[in-house]
Design a protein. Structure first.
Length: 45
């Protein structure tokens, strides 16, 4: 998957399947941290 839409569709399929499905997602560290830090009240430097 290379787009958020592809990920959303794969996740929806996995959540409605009758079998266990493993999704390996790679997250770009800096954008993830920027959003996560704000969600927990930390101010990124």
């Amino acid at each position: 998957m290379s787009t958020p839409e592809e990920f959303r569709l794969a996740l929806a399929d996995a959540m409605s399947a009758n079998v266990a499905t493993l999704i390996d997602a790679r997250i770009d560290q800096q954008p993830y941290w920027d959003n996560f830090a704000l969600s927990i009240g930390a101010i990124p430097e």
